[in-house]
Ligand binder design. Structure first.
Ligand code: DGT
Ligand code: CA
Ligand code: ZN
Length: 577
């Protein structure tokens, strides 16, 4: 949900206003709005202007900022305030436990300009004696700086999953475990995660904790307890391990999988039914009799609803749907019949057609689409018309030989800065599939970028828009684009939209994937493979689709080859007649 993101932004604005010494009433208004947004059970994205105004503390001004953020993922006034405050000073606020008042004080009295200076002063005990600063405050500041240095707040899912799986596998080998499961945002397959939450059962928790402390991954031990321990891995990610009683394992798994919002709703429902739900189980209120909690499904069954897949647990309507027995049947990895975005060594991939076919067949695929870059993308050795036709010949020849497997001849055509396609329609018309995407001009205005994508979708030969927002998680923000409008045009033109499964992309994100589905837009889930090992990224793309409530029928590459080709031809036919 965007609620938390926007709540954080309002809080940040309040912090910065406080550093600036602005009107306390204004600051208070932002804090109040932030709190109320965070406590909101409805998804703010789904609210109309009038409904926004009903949230306590939200007037027209803040409602406008909320809408701005939903559309652009930015709030301009925040960017503006940031410009007015020395960068290093604003950065002090990223230190956990250091508030704006202290930041302002440090700046005014000691001329602290950045975190490094603050750390030095704190080590030399030069902060003590400032109003309100005691030895303990100094300690906390140093602790906070340490935390900050250990790692970024959130890491991309694709970076953390391999680490988490490895920890689990090592524990399975080296600790006396019975059950072990990953919980938290990782189990919900959120695109970024803050830490790794692991739950286990064992007759010997002591030895499990010991094994955990001695994993090769450990850089630092934060806490070593009898049933709960926390470490920081060499990659700078915190991992918590809890050993749970077997009869509570299901309840604990539900609790620690979250999300917090989902849990809160479940607990409220339990209370209404005269029950009590916590991480130990589900109980009858009047006599505390335990009704369940060994299996996770106990919780949902006793509350009178369907089991909710972890990816959906965000309080975005899944509880209501589960009560009505109307949860979607989510797409699964096994539904995927092929990959529709694959590069060969002709452009910037690493493998020949034969190697790619071999790897795809090993995954059980029935087809893949070869989509090398087009000529304009020099850095990726994009193909000109001649080389593309040469590649098409090879693909045709292979298709004649192959049994039970098909190659689709395609191209990832660059959408140029002026909105023109990098190839003429004459060339595009000879492709089985055309994947169009933006690789330049990321800083163009929202209008310009939206226009470029619209012009691509209006081309009858463009089948799919790839990585539609261009984001690279933690590295590059999405370009500015009116995604609502893009989806509308996708629906009107019959253009499919890609969920790019490459771990740093995961683009479309799950919110828009769901919007696309609701509008009747078809999606494809593709890996953008450059190396055969990257076919395995499909798993991440499917998770995003599941978080967006997608079913098999919403995704084109679940179709058999013939049906897929028909679906791809539909747009061209329509545009011809
Ligand atoms: P993250 O770590 O920020 O990527 O996201 P989560 O969802 O893994 O959050 P985390 O690690 O703080 O907590 C794990 C789960 O524990 C969370 O999804 C729900 C549960 N939980 C944590 N704090 C609370 C709480 O205050 N109330 C309730 N009901 N559940 C909580
Ligand atoms: Ca977590
Ligand atoms: Zn690509």
């Amino acid at each position: 949900m965007k609620n938390k993101e926007i709540a954080d932004i309002f809080n940040e604005i309040a912090d910065l206003l406080e550093i600036k010494g602005e009107n306390p009433f204004r600051i208070r208004a932002y804090r109040r709005a932030s709190q109320n947004l965070e406590g909101l059970t409805k998804d703010v994205v789904s609210l109309s202007r009038d409904e926004l105004l009903e949230i306590p503390g939200i007037g027209h001004d803040l409602a406008e900022k909320i809408e701005e953020y939903i559309k652009t993922e930015k709030v301009k006034s925040l960017e503006d305030i940031k410009k007015e405050i020395p960068e290093g000073l604003a950065a002090l606020l990223s230190i956990p436990s250091l508030g704006p008042k202290t930041a302002k004080l440090l700046h005014e009295k000691l001329k602290v300009k950045n975190i490094a200076e603050l750390e030095k002063l704190a080590r030399e005990h030069k902060l003590i004696g400032l109003p309100g600063i005691k030895e303990k405050t100094e300690e906390n500041i140093l602790k906070g700086i340490g935390m900050l240095k250990r790692g970024k707040d959130r890491q991309p899912l694709g970076r953390v999953i391999p680490i988490a799986s490895d920890i689990v596998n090592q524990l399975k080998k080296n600790a006396p475990l019975e059950k072990i499961e990953i919980a938290g945002s990782l189990r919900r397959m959120k695109d970024t995660v803050r830490d790794i939450d692991i739950l286990a059962t064992s007759k010997n928790p002591h030895d499990v904790m010991k094994a955990f402390m001695h994993l090769p991954h450990v850089k630092e031990v934060l806490m070593h307890g009898t049933t709960k321990s926390s470490i920081v891995t060499k990659e700078g990610i915190q991992a918590d391990l809890r050993v749970i009683e077997d009869e509570s394992f299901g309840a604990a798994l539900a609790y620690f999988t979250g999300s917090k919002e989902h849990n809160i709703r479940l607990r409220e429902m339990a209370v209404k039914k005269g029950l009590k739900l916590n991480e130990y189980g589900i109980f009858r209120e009047k006599d505390n009799k335990k009704l369940g909690g060994k299996d996770e499904n106990d919780v949902y069954k006793i509350l009178g609803m369907q089991f909710i897949p972890p990816e959906m647990r965000e309080d975005r309507g899944e509880i209501e749907a589960a009560q009505k027995d109307s949860l979607p049947r989510l797409i699964e990895l096994g539904d995927i019949r092929g990959d529709l975005h694959v590069h060969t060594s002709q452009s910037d991939g690493s493998h020949t057609l034969e190697e790619l076919i071999e790897a795809a067949r090993q995954r059980g695929y029935e087809y893949i689409a070869i989509t090398d870059h087009s000529k304009g993308l020099g850095v990726a050795r994009g193909l000109n018309e001649e080389r593309l036709m040469e590649e098409k010949k090879e693909v045709d020849a292979l298709n004649k030989k192959l049994k039970g497997f098909r190659l689709l001849m395609g191209v990832e055509v660059d959408i140029r800065s002026d909105g023109k396609m990098d190839f003429d329609n004459e060339i595009l018309s000879r492709m089985d599939i055309v994947v169009a995407s933006i690789h330049s001009g990321f800083r163009q205005s929202k209008e310009q970028i939206t226009k470029r994508l619209v012009s691509a979708m209006k081309n009858p030969y463009v089948s799919v828009i790839a990585h539609p927002t261009g984001r690279l998680i933690g590295e590059r923000d999405p370009y500015e684009v009116d995604m609502e409008y893009i989806l509308k045009v996708a629906q009107e033109t019959g253009t499919a939209i890609e969920i790019n499964a490459y771990p740093l992309r995961l683009d479309l994100n799950y919110i828009y994937a769901q919007k696309a589905k609701d509008l009747g837009v078809k999606l494809v889930i593709s890996t953008d493979t450059h190396l055969v090992s990257q076919f395995a990224y499909m798993h991440y793309g499917v998770s995003i689709a599941r978080r967006g409530w997608l079913e098999k029928r919403d995704v084109l590459n679940t179709l058999k080859y013939e049906q897929l080709m028909k679906a791809l031809w539909r747009k061209r036919k329509r545009n011809f007649t």
